[in-house]
Design a protein around this ligand. Structure first.
Ligand SMILES: [Zn+2]
Length: 257
């Protein structure tokens, strides 16, 4: 098939041929008609009727040219945008810009990494301890809000004893206190036998010290057997916080008098 140069206008100037397009080439003059123009006029602008089908083809490239260069060359010719030289320059420019950009990106990435490390150091050395402190404080606060006052715990304890709820009272003792053989040589049996015949009145109660999991309460107790006054004791109780029971427990006692 005959070829003609892409980019030229058709014989009746209704169309500009692009690469690969088919047209009707006049054999009398160098004009090319579109198929539509030929169908309509059946003659060339020069009145010639001797025509052949032809296809718009750019000049065959030399063997050294790569396909890519050829493609971009024909594209730029066809679109009349940039001559190949300008295209090459712009390629170089864009490549060097890319290099600069990638250097910038690397610098950016580096500073980002640096900032991340700095933030981590700041976090672990400054923020984390503050957060820990805050957590501890809020834990203590929430615990102290939940904890019943140690004095109230002791009042409840003696109320259980006076109500003969010895089993419940026994549970208010820590395992360590339950095992105190000097006070209770037979363990729980000694405990039950001691309280079965007694009741108590709290004469005074004072909170001496309180931490989140520890408290010290001083109590003056008066003992009664039936209505008989057995005298009074001044006792210092050490309480520990049992988080699983969510209550205080008597952990130790010391008799003053
Ligand atoms: Zn013609």
């Amino acid at each position: 098939m005959e070829t003609f140069e892409p980019g030229i206008a058709s014989a009746y100037n209704t169309h500009n041929f692009t690469e690969g397009e088919e047209g009707i080439k006049c054999c009398t003059c160098p004009r090319v008609m579109t198929i539509y123009e030929w169908e309509e006029k059946r003659r060339c602008f020069c009145q010639g009727t001797n025509v052949v089908p032809a296809r718009a083809r750019s000049a065959p490239p030399t063997r050294l040219e790569s396909n890519r260069t050829r493609a971009s060359f024909s594209r730029s010719r066809q679109n009349n945008i940039v001559p190949p030289i300008a295209a090459t320059n712009s390629t170089i420019n864009s490549r060097s810009t890319t290099n600069i950009n990638s250097t910038r990106t690397q610098n950016h990435a580096f500073s980002n990494k640096f900032m991340a490390i700095a933030a981590l150091i700041l976090f672990s050395f400054c923020v984390q301890p503050v957060l820990n402190l805050f957590n501890n404080l809020s834990l203590q606060l929430s615990q102290s809000r939940l904890q019943i006052p140690p004095e109230q715990f002791m009042k409840n304890y003696y109320f259980k004893i006076n109500s003969s709820k010895y089993e419940q009272a026994w549970e208010d003792l820590s395992p360590k206190f339950q095992a105190k053989s000097d006070l209770m040589p037979y363990g729980k049996t000694s405990y039950l036998n001691f309280w079965k015949s007694r009741r108590v009145e709290i004469e005074s109660i004072n909170l001496v010290d309180q931490k989140s999991n520890y408290a010290e309460v001083n109590i003056r107790l008066r003992y009664f057997a039936q209505s008989r006054n057995l005298g009074s004791n001044y006792i210092s109780y050490t309480l520990i916080w049992n988080s699983s029971k969510n209550n205080w427990q008597i952990d130790d006692s010391k008799l003053f008098n």
